[in-house]
Design a protein around this ligand. Structure first.
Ligand code: HEC
Ligand code: HEC
Length: 460
């Protein structure tokens, strides 16, 4: 009996220890401290963003015009060759002097909303399903044509075509509207030496096969954030992350240094962007009621607004937030990309960046939230009404991408719930990475309270 008791006591002690050491999940939010940023000139940053040569390869200008025709919507009011090129491309000089058309940041970070181009609003209608933009077969055809017909143009386009041929077919998504930038970054890393950025046709590290879908965060939130990306794993010098698109076509690190020297200005521009104001009148009484509920229920994670506002920069662990975990889990399951980055050119020099993965998501600032539908990191929830009432979130929902209509009351894209998922215009929350669960903080409210919170959110 005594022996049994001793064994029992030891077992109990071991169990409680192990639960302390091994089994206790982190439940508490983790604050992120600021890191030093370079300062810059916002106007120069805007110029460089919209006309600059951060990518120096692309489609030769004459061929681009043949394929796309002339574009008369000069949203950015650009001059010269850029005046009749869509806003999400820029005409640049390749190193051999040829003019090429390169994709720019506005491919993913701008959207035409009610007839106006809004820079910094994530492009939530991008289509990676058909792979129109990065089709390896087109790249092969272009390569054959240019090689014989126009060797100088071929030389200028070669870095771009090589990348499209190498990785273009690994960027498909199941539905339209979600983005694959995270996978693009990992694929580029897998083909490039971390220190020299030398391209290798054969990948040099394994990355997971799945394409993880994300939405695109609005640029105007960055000025408040101490950590970049939904997962909050981007730390250190933010400009280093902003310039990472250059990895698409970069020739060598001498080019990276030149581009890096301009991105402090781009960061200053991004930090100068204000969210667009909600365009319709609001119900002031409801706004006041909603504001009180917001402070009581939401501020501890999302901060307070107005003057003075406060944003706590909190990472919220998986056990608490319970939204789809595939995005942050991929940083743990495929540590190779994080290792690549933290041992790369980006992590060296006077203003290094680094990746610090976390099992959860950062609670984002909610400035301009009225216009940034769909919601959650994977864009799985079409409007704020169902974000704040998880039982109402549609399992399958369809948006009209051709005639986009915004619902200014529910705050989100007008959609129709579907019985099943068919076609790429239907968001299918059953797919891995596309789940719409978690973040149930709005469920307890009655419909008037929920309306009040939404009215308040219109004013942020
Ligand atoms: C192919 C689409 C794509 C392109 C091109 C692109 N981005 Fe992004 N960007 C994204 C996506 C998607 C995210 C979010 C990824 C995540 O958090 O996991 C992101 C995140 C960011 C963020 C972080 C915002 C935050 O709040 O954490 C900034 C800033 C940013 N991008 C700037 C740029 C700049 C500057 C360029 C051009 C040099 C650029 N991006 C090009 C898709 C793109
Ligand atoms: C415990 C912390 C926490 C609380 C409390 C909380 N949120 Fe959140 N919220 C988050 C996190 C973390 C995310 C990002 C989750 C994701 O994308 O998977 C988020 C996302 C959101 C989003 C979507 C943002 C976007 O750009 O897609 C909205 C809107 C939002 N919350 C509003 C609210 C409101 C309103 C309340 C109060 C009723 C609230 N939240 C309470 C942590 C919290």
């Amino acid at each position: 009996m005594k022996k049994f008791c001793v064994v029992l006591v030891i077992a109990v002690i071991c169990f409680s220890f192990s639960s302390v050491i091994f089994y206790r999940p982190i439940q508490e939010p983790v604050p992120v401290l600021p890191s030093r940023q370079r300062s810059g000139d916002p106007r120069a940053g805007y110029e460089y963003l919209t006309t600059g040569d951060y990518l120096r390869s692309g489609i030769p200008l004459s061929y681009f015009k043949m394929g796309f025709g002339k574009n008369s919507m000069n949203y950015l009011k650009r001059e010269g060759f850029n005046a009749d090129i869509p806003y999400d491309y820029t005409v640049v000089n390749a190193p051999n002097g040829e003019l090429v058309v390169a994709p720019n940041c506005m491919q993913c970070h701008a959207q035409v909303f009610e007839g106006r181009l809004i820079i910094g609003l994530g492009n939530s209608s991008i289509d990676f399903t058909k792979n129109q933009k990065l089709d390896p077969r087109n790249a092969e055809a272009a390569e054959k044509l240019l090689k014989n017909l126009d060797p100088k143009k071929y030389e200028a386009a070669e870095p771009f075509l090589r990348v499209v041929k190498g990785i273009g077919d690994q960027l498909h998504t199941e539905v339209r509207g979600v983005n694959t930038a995270d996978r693009l970054a990992a694929l580029l890393a897998s083909h490039r030496d971390p220190k020299t950025f030398q391209w290798s046709d054969k990948p040099m590290m394994d990355i997971p096969a799945e394409v993880i879908p994300t939405d695109v965060p609005a640029w105007w939130m960055l000025k408040k954030k101490n950590a970049m990306f939904y997962n909050g794993f981007g730390r250190g010098d933010f400009s280093r992350f902003l310039m990472a698109s250059n990895l698409l076509t970069v020739n060598d690190t001498a080019e990276s240094r030149e581009v890096d020297a301009r991105f402090n200005d781009v960061l200053a521009y991004i930090n100068s962007i204000m969210p667009p104001a909600y365009p319709n009148p609001v119900n002031k009484k409801l706004v006041r009621e909603g504001g009180i509920l917001f402070v009581q229920n939401c501020s501890k994670c999302h901060g307070s607004y107005g003057n003075p506002g406060k944003y706590p920069n909190l990472l919220i662990p998986e056990e608490e937030i319970q939204t789809d975990s595939l995005l942050f889990k991929s940083n743990y399951q495929s540590y190779q990309f994080v290792e690549w980055f933290n041992n790369s050119w980006f992590a060296m020099g006077e203003h290094p960046a680094r990746l610090e993965p976390f099992n959860g998501y950062i609670a984002p600032p909610l400035d301009g939230i009225w216009i940034t539908a769909p919601y959650l990191h994977n864009g799985s929830v079409p409007d704020l009404e169902c974000l704040l009432n998880s039982k109402e979130r549609p399992r399958y929902w369809r948006r009209d991408f051709d005639n986009q209509e915004y619902d200014f009351d529910k705050l989100g894209w007008k959609y129709k719930a579907q019985d099943s998922a068919q076609g790429t215009a239907v968001y299918n929350t059953d797919l891995p990475g596309y789940g719409n669960y978690g973040h149930r903080y709005g469920d307890k409210f009655n419909s008037r309270e929920r309306k009040a919170i939404i009215e308040y959110l219109k004013t942020l």
